[in-house]
Design a protein around this ligand. Structure first.
Ligand code: PRP
Ligand code: URA
Length: 239
């Protein structure tokens, strides 16, 4: 099934002046949140999907989307009332974040999202889980994990830009659970997901919240996301 192609552009422009672009589909899972399909997001995604985009631009535009994802992820953390007085002596009824957080990246590609998290959460603790997909079978294998000692007492932003079959992300959630992190304190921050991967993930770990920029058409015979953007780790780190 194709994602819908809708007119994309600012609201002051009449529909006939808006170019048609493919936007993300929605999915029937309460814990899956797709970023608003704004012209800006679609333009950024168009840049990184283009096979002719060279590495410097790929990094720059991916980082911009990652920043949007992190900002949206932070909206899912609890806040408590916090009132302040402004320099002109007036009170403002506000809020502040409650609780401790940490990031956990699924290496290698997930490490690309650490900087975006640090930009929003100064000196945030970051754990690492090295999981690699077998190129023939697409099955994930766990090689290494190093998590903050008190991870069980923190909200965890789990970072990986690609959710294809869902196997790697599910395995990473199981690692976190084995360290005492409850599912409902994990936010999986992701750039592009396949519908198959989202369904698999939502069925296996239904309480984990997913923040993604786009749910794509599907998977090809090699279990790559289509249209996708190819191998994220290669394009960000080595190509
Ligand atoms: C990629 C990607 C995810 C995984 C997604 O990593 O970053 O971790 O594949 O596929 P799945 O949903 O089918 O498990 P890969 O293992 O290729 O390693 P990399 O990060 O070194 O590129
Ligand atoms: N990993 C990637 O980097 N891209 C895909 O499409 C699937 C797995």
């Amino acid at each position: 099934v194709q994602s819908p192609a809708l007119g994309v552009g600012p609201s002051y422009r009449p529909a006939e002046e808006k170019p048609t672009a493919t936007v993300s589909r929605e999915v029937p899972f309460d814990n899956v949140h797709v970023l608003s399909q704004t012209p800006q997001l679609i333009a950024l995604l168009t840049m990184i999907r283009d096979k002719n985009t060279e590495r410097g631009d790929f990094i720059f535009y991916s980082n911009r989307i990652i920043r949007l994802l992190v900002e949206e992820g932070l909206n899912h953390l609890p806040v408590v009332a916090h009132n302040v007085t402004s320099p002109v002596g007036k009170d403002y009824v506000g809020v502040r974040f409650e609780g401790k957080i940490c990031g956990v990246s699924i290496m290698r590609a997930g490490e690309s999202m650490e900087e975006g998290l640090r930009e929003c959460c100064r000196s945030v603790r970051i754990g690492k889980i090295l999981i690699q997909r077998n190129e023939e079978t697409s099955k994930p294998k766990l090689f290494y994990e190093k998590l903050p000692a008190d991870v069980a007492n923190r909200w965890v932003l789990l970072l990986d830009p690609m959710l294809a079959t869902g196997g790697s992300a599910i395995m990473a959630v199981e690692v976190l659970k084995s360290h005492g992190v409850p599912e409902d304190r994990i936010l999986f921050v992701n750039l592009i997901a396949s519908p198959e991967g989202i369904e698999n993930f939502a069925k296996h770990v239904p309480k984990v919240r997913v923040i993604t920029a786009f749910i794509d058409q599907g998977l090809n015979e090699a279990n790559y996301i289509v249209p996708g953007l190819g191998d994220f780790g290669d394009r960000y780190y080595t190509m």
